[in-house]
Write a protein that binds this ligand. Structure first.
Ligand SMILES: Cc1cc2nc3c(=O)[nH]c(=O)nc-3n(C[C@H](O)[C@H](O)[C@H](O)COP(=O)(O)OP(=O)(O)OC[C@H]3O[C@@H](n4cnc5c(N)ncnc54)[C@H](O)[C@@H]3O)c2cc1C
Length: 519
């Protein structure tokens, strides 16, 4: 039987139904434009911010807090999902050899948990490195050892950092450590401990930062996917299409505009559009543009870190009250453990069961990634026992969620590669708009991915690329250095206004470690 081909003409074709793609689709629908979204996942919208369901249990990929400095983003969240946000307390600690440690670390609590001998060794190591610090602090390892001593570094920094980033701490550049761990000084913490012993500091010493305990975040009661399902429903109710299970096959431009072809099991869809918005990873997109762009080799050089969660259902009360715990233990491969009921009670349908998600950071195709679901569930069960967190006999079920390209990698060449790709595409195709996290190869949260889509919609409605969504990262660093006004900061043309609110949102970029350049 011949596969069918159908064709539709719209104003805007959107690749990907994650936060960026659906934000664009939602706003364009509201503005009265015709839109078709293609999404390669057959079942879920939301991309990395989706919520996966397994026999009534719900998991999200990494735990998604809804927090934004931008009122505009928060207003949009409230508009899309007016009745379903809950406010949750935030709690997360480090778990090491059977004990919980506050995060950020509190020196006295840490030393007490470590016991007398190991604490003595930590203090001796701290004093040794304070007296004779490494002179040339080029790496994360050098910087952290100078700050805390080698013993504390190996317990609290080395294992977790190496699990997450897949790089040795000696290969990560020191500037990231300085940014990431600033304000955390053993000296200050010791002083604080003395003040507390003398009764001069009345703040509770309960193993949690008081501030952390008070911190809370908003969360859709059924997980982040709920937000993106609601956005999709608005788009469809507005007469537009979200085609599930449709992966981009080819993208080309001619005198009539864009021709986007997408395939699923049943055949091929052709979408004709004036504009295309892409939130697909740049590496994938460039291989689909016809004729192939000259910067395809640069796109192929972009790298990603992948991620998988093994959810376990355990016959037990919740194992800990935290939303998640960091695992600083080299005996196990797991990096973090989520506690889904702490995110929302509605994530776990059975009150008799606890549901945790063991998170493994990996590379697509490596040993972990290619293990079968059964092997991964068995590994997670073994590691829970090794950590002393549960008896394997109480594990009643499990599910595996793989997330390819969870983190765009910032290596030495990524910035030049992205700049070259952007340059070629913007010159050749002014109506092709790259948005979002992997769509722009930027390590950004949902709110930032959404903001790039919001500004792109404005550019499309104005038929003018007035908002430069690409100037964000470089200028965010510039801005953090405490420099001038909004227009210069985000490289806007003189006639385009960026509100304070948009500027703050665009500036909220997370820092990631950079590898040391070869000497
Ligand atoms: C572990 C982890 C924890 C996080 N925690 C938070 C948090 O607490 N708060 C927060 O705000 N953010 C968090 N984030 C970031 C957040 O997940 C992303 O910023 C957000 O999902 C990016 O949205 P996006 O639309 O740009 O991309 P994505 O979410 O990647 O969506 C892209 C969509 O495009 C689809 N697609 C890709 N290629 C194609 C193709 N060829 N054809 C058709 N469709 C395609 C994908 O299937 C996907 O649905 C976290 C991320 C990770 C990895």
């Amino acid at each position: 039987m011949r596969a069918s081909v159908s064709e539709r003409q719209v104003d805007v074709a959107i690749i990907g139904a994650g936060p960026a793609g659906l934000t664009a689709a939602y706003l364009l629908t509201k503005a009265g434009l015709t839109v078709t979204v293609i999404e390669k996942d057959a079942r879920y919208v939301g991309g990395i911010s989706r919520t996966v369901e397994h026999q009534g249990f719900r998991f999200d990929i990494g735990g998604h807090r809804f927090f934004s400095k931008s009122k505009e983003v928060v207003d949009l969240w409230n508009e899309i999902l007016p009745d379903d946000f809950i406010v949750r307390p935030r709690m997360s600690r480090i778990y090491y050899e059977g004990k919980f440690y506050s995060y950020p670390l509190r020196a006295f609590e840490a030393l007490r948990n470590l016991g007398l001998i190991r604490s003595g060794l930590c203090m001796a190591s701290y004093l040794r490195w304070k007296a004779f610090p490494k002179k040339d602090t080029r790496s994360f390892e050098d910087w952290t050892i100078n700050q805390f001593g080698k013993k504390l570094f190996s317990i609290f920094f080395k294992t977790y950092t190496e699990k997450v980033w897949g790089m040795a701490c000696s290969d990560i550049s020191a500037d990231w450590a300085a940014q990431r761990i600033k304000g955390l000084s053993l000296g200050k913490a010791v002083l604080d401990g003395f003040r507390r012993s003398l009764g001069l500091n009345k703040k509770p010493n309960d193993g949690m930062e008081t501030k952390t305990l008070l911190e809370s975040f908003r969360y859709p009661r059924k997980g982040p996917g709920m937000m993106w399902e609601a956005a999709r429903d608005h788009v469809v109710a507005g007469g537009n299409q979200v085609l599930m299970g449709h992966a981009l096959k080819q993208l080309s431009h001619d005198a009539e505009g864009w021709r986007v072809s997408a395939t699923n099991d049943e055949g091929e869809r052709i979408i004709r559009a004036r504009h295309v918005i892409s939130s697909a990873p740049i590496r994938e997109l460039l291989g689909r543009i016809h004729p192939l762009p000259e910067t395809l080799p640069q796109a192929r050089d972009l790298k990603y870190r992948d991620f998988l969660t093994v959810a376990l259902m355990i016959r037990s009360p919740d194992l800990f009250p935290d939303n998640w715990i960091y695992i600083h233990d080299s005996k196990v491969k797991v990096g973090r453990i989520q506690n889904f009921r702490s995110w929302s009670p509605e994530m776990v349908p059975d009150e008799e069961l606890a549901c945790v998600g063991l998170e493994y950071f990996c590379f697509e195709g490596d040993g972990l990634w290619s293990s079968s679901d059964e092997e991964l569930i068995a590994l997670a069960t073994r590691e829970m026992a090794t950590l002393g967190l549960c008896d394997p006999a109480t594990v009643e079920g499990g599910a595996v969620v793989r997330q390819e390209k969870a983190y765009p990698v910032y290596d030495d060449c990524y910035a030049a590669n992205v700049a070259a790709i952007r340059d070629e595409l913007e010159t050749a195709y002014p109506t092709l708009h790259l948005v979002g996290r992997n769509g722009m190869h930027r390590y950004n949260n949902q709110d930032h991915a959404m903001m790039t889509a919001m500004l792109t919609v404005r550019n499309i409605l104005a038929d003018n690329r007035a908002f430069d969504i690409w100037a964000v990262n470089e200028d965010a660093e510039y801005h953090e250095a405490g420099d001038e006004g909004a227009q210069a900061t985000i490289g806007m043309p003189q006639n385009a206004e960026l509100s304070e609110d948009q500027r703050v949102a665009l500036d909220s970029v997370r820092t990631v470690p950079r590898p040391l350049k070869a000497a």
